[in-house]
Design a protein around this ligand. Structure first.
Ligand SMILES: Cc1cc2nc3c(=O)[nH]c(=O)nc-3n(C[C@H](O)[C@H](O)[C@H](O)COP(=O)(O)OP(=O)(O)OC[C@H]3O[C@@H](n4cnc5c(N)ncnc54)[C@H](O)[C@@H]3O)c2cc1C
Length: 458
């Protein structure tokens, strides 16, 4: 594509569109992941679906491509390609939630955050399959799979997407559901929204969960080996009602933090258990026997689950690496402790293992039908400067490399920020079908997604 920006009037007339040099351009291009610098040909901040449609039509007429972005949590993956011929469409002004308590569904607008869905569902005794952070957007998360603390009981969030409304390459607004464009709905369920259009609304299932046993158990990282061994044994035959994560976590000294976190290196287990109090206590007993320093597990309103993981409340700069693991034997735990345990001085925010299996391992309907693996590894380092980012890339890669002997070579794309072969996120048949759907819906490769499907263009 050979963009010509000599006459940008049609683009400017389409809505709130800012070009380099315009006041507001720099602010509007800053993603949640502050390590990423985005310099697109233009940035649009639409407030309505019609405005999105006008921007898409004007951009394509100028020979520009379009990258939808809700929050920029996944900006590192998008930024691996150049954005010089791209209009970045930021959806953070296109938000809103409507809950249908009878149908147990929610219709959310394109840039809506999970926290808003959780708050709107709670008064009806309903919960949503949100992830660990309330400020991640529904569109990027759910259409990329969506791994929640309800996951082992209810499966991937993408399997619970009922319908999607999106602006496609010709500027029209279409709806994909089981009855309208079912192939496109199949592709959007896990194939990532950004490959097919700008998503302006998503309809999702809610689950009848008003409260949940959730919380965290926390130990000094010097207990990393003992606690991880116990968690690995515990997860081996855990009921599907429990979904947890184990993290080696390092916090910088910060007077604003509680003393049990500030400046500490910790091993933390957290998550949710969908059982009554007695059964939940029975399940937690082997972990509690390890005498955690802090134990917050208890019954809480389901809306509280979005804060249990203590994800950063504000945008931060970070780089990460990822792997899907088949098992967690003692040798893997030794390898993790050797590279990220208490005796190692490294700039690593976390090395996290999410327990998979249960409903996550069973086939749902969609391009990403199941997660292949027993644990998902996610390693994250701070990246406040390019130099620290380079160090962080090497640190997080070293964690993934240490666990590589137990990795299965697939990827969960929501956790994959860089250096990923996107096809490894799908089984071979699903990938072939995804490429075909993309070719049909976006034949000229107009859309630039974080994880591109097809010929790799972004
Ligand atoms: C702190 C943190 C916690 C996380 N926790 C979890 C977790 O628990 N479980 C999990 O599964 N993932 C988790 N993730 C990963 C997260 O789900 C992905 O980064 C996801 O892509 C973020 O979606 P977003 O829309 O907020 O981000 P964005 O960067 O805005 O979007 C990522 C990509 O999604 C597509 N997209 C986004 N919005 C639209 C739209 N409106 N229309 C079309 N395409 C769109 C685009 O291709 C875009 O490049 C976490 C990430 C972070 C940083």
């Amino acid at each position: 594509m050979n963009p010509s920006l000599t006459d940008t009037s049609t683009l400017r007339e389409a809505g709130t569109v800012l070009l380099p040099g315009d006041p507001g351009y720099d602010v509007a291009t800053v993603p949640w992941n502050l390590a990423v610098v985005q310099r697109p040909a233009a940035v649009a901040v639409p407030r309505t679906a019609d405005e999105v449609a006008r921007v898409v039509a004007a951009a394509t007429a100028l020979g520009l491509r379009i990258a939808p972005q809700s929050t920029g949590h996944g900006a590192a993956a998008l930024a691996t390609g150049s954005l010089h011929d791209v209009v970045l469409v930021r959806l953070h002004e296109l938000t809103g939630v409507t809950v249908d308590p009878i149908a147990r569904t929610a219709r959310v607008l394109g840039g809506t955050l999970w926290r808003d869905v959780v708050e709107a569902a709670a008064p009806h005794g309903l919960a949503a399959l949100h992830g660990s952070a309330g400020d991640v957007a529904v569109a990027g998360y759910a259409l990329g799979g969506g791994l929640s603390f309800y996951g082992r009981a209810h499966g991937l969030a993408s399997s619970h997407v009922r319908a999607v409304e999106l602006v496609i390459a010709d500027g029209s607004i279409v709806r994909a559901s089981e009855h309208e464009r079912p192939d496109l709905l199949w592709a959007l369920r896990g194939g990532g929204g950004g490959n097919f259009g700008v998503v302006v609304a998503v309809e999702i299932d809610l689950i009848p969960v008003a409260d949940v046993v959730a919380g965290m158990l926390l130990w000094d990282l010097s207990k990393g080996s003992e606690v991880t061994r116990a968690w690995a044994r515990w997860t081996a035959d855990l009921p599907e009602s429990a979904t947890t994560s184990l993290r080696f976590l390092r916090f910088p000294p910060d007077p604003a933090m509680p003393p049990f976190l500030s400046g500490r290196s910790l091993v933390v287990i957290d998550g949710a258990i969908l059982e009554d109090d007695e059964r939940a206590a029975e399940l937690l007993a082997p972990l509690r026997a390890l005498a955690p320093e802090v134990d917050t597990f208890g019954r809480m309103p389901a809306a509280g689950l979005v804060d249990v993981h203590m994800d950063p409340p504000d945008p931060v700069p970070g780089v990460s690496d990822h792997a899907m693991m088949t098992e967690l034997p003692d040798a893997a735990i030794d390898a993790l402790v050797a590279v990220a345990g208490a005796d190692v001085e490294i700039p690593l925010i976390c090395a996290e293992l999410r327990h998979l299996g249960g409903a996550l391992a069973r086939s749902g309907d969609g391009a990403l039908a199941r997660l292949d693996g027993a644990y998902a590894l996610f390693a994250l380092s701070p990246a406040p400067t390019p130099e620290m980012a380079a160090i962080g890339e090497s640190v997080t890669s070293s964690v993934a490399a240490a666990l590589a002997p137990w990795a299965n070579g697939t990827a969960f794309l929501n956790f994959a920020d860089r250096g990923i072969d996107v096809a490894t996120g799908f089984d071979a048949d699903a990938w072939a079908r995804l490429v075909e759907v993309r070719r049909t819906v976006d034949p000229d490769g107009v859309f630039a997604a974080a994880h591109p499907i097809g010929d790799g263009r972004r």
